[in-house]
Design a protein around this ligand. Structure first.
Ligand SMILES: [Zn+2]
Length: 275
């Protein structure tokens, strides 16, 4: 079964993980810029991280037969100092020339602070300026509902924003409806301990439908499973979803969304957007 891993932090993973992904039918991995497990001390630390995402990691992935794409931003965990955040953001336009960049992400909120929200809005402006899709991280646990609402309210203040070019990731049962109702895409993150289990994700698919939804493993430096998406596909099959329905969610839907980015559409040009 073919699938796209639309949100995986591959710089944290081993070569064995790449091998397992390739053997499981993964056709491409997409890596949002995020926290690396520690706060970077300088903007130069992000410069090197962006080099890794745009030039080093794609070459590593290719050795395993996998295409690698990335999203660029300063993540919300390190964006509470606006002066520092803007210094990092000033580096981004240079890297947008790289041929594996999909858009701006994963931006969002961490502790729902005013400074985080300010930098979130400035990232949205940056995406609009370059006509790029946006990938949004939502906060964990008790901050998730409030953070999601704050960001939906902020996004509503951008009348030129095409909502179909925005995906709000890590949705859970208490946030998915508001995201889909307002015309955005919703990402479900399959984690062993937190966020969303495969069966909870499938429950949400059964409740809210298969449109404008994708699944990802996030596979980062913490406890996570790069094969969470194909494992969830097996669970879907057990629950009598057809192969066509499964492939729509784990392959065609991500391609449909990501084809709004010219770099992705160049490599996956055969998609019929209506599937
Ligand atoms: Zn992430």
């Amino acid at each position: 079964m073919k699938f796209i891993e639309p949100h995986g932090h591959m710089v944290s993973r081993t070569t064995d993980d790449y091998t397992k992904l390739a053997l499981s039918g993964c056709m491409a991995v997409c890596e949002p810029a995020f926290w690396a497990g520690f706060d970077r001390a300088t903007a130069a630390g992000f410069y090197d991280y962006f080099r890794q995402l745009t030039y080093v990691e794609p070459a590593r992935a290719l050795k395993f037969g996998l295409r690698h794409y990335c999203w660029l931003c300063i993540n919300p965990k390190e964006a509470d100092d606006p002066v520092f955040a803007r210094e990092v953001m000033s580096l981004i336009p240079e890297f947008l020339k790289a041929n594996n960049v999909l858009g701006i992400g994963e931006i969002g909120l961490n502790k729902n602070t005013r400074n985080e929200l300010l930098i979130f809005e400035e990232h949205v402006q940056l995406a609009l300026l370059h006509d790029l899709p946006i990938l949004i991280h939502t906060p964990h646990l008790e901050d998730k509902r409030k953070g999601t609402r704050l960001m939906l309210d902020a996004l509503a203040n951008f009348p030129k924003l095409a909502r179909e070019k925005v995906i709000i990731d890590h949705v859970e049962e208490h946030t998915i409806a508001s995201v889909l109702d307002q015309g955005y895409w919703a990402g479900m993150t399959l984690y062993p301990d937190s966020k969303c289990s495969p069966n909870r994700a499938i429950d949400m698919v059964e409740l809210y439908g298969k449109e404008r939804i994708w699944m990802n493993s996030a596979c980062d430096w913490g406890h996570s499973d790069p094969l969470a998406v194909p494992k969830c596909a097996l669970e879907m099959r057990k629950r009598e979803h057809s192969d066509e329905e499964i492939e729509k969610i784990i392959y065609h839907n991500p391609i449909h969304f990501l084809n709004q980015s010219p770099n992705f559409a160049r490599d996956f040009p055969t998609l019929n957007p209506s599937t």
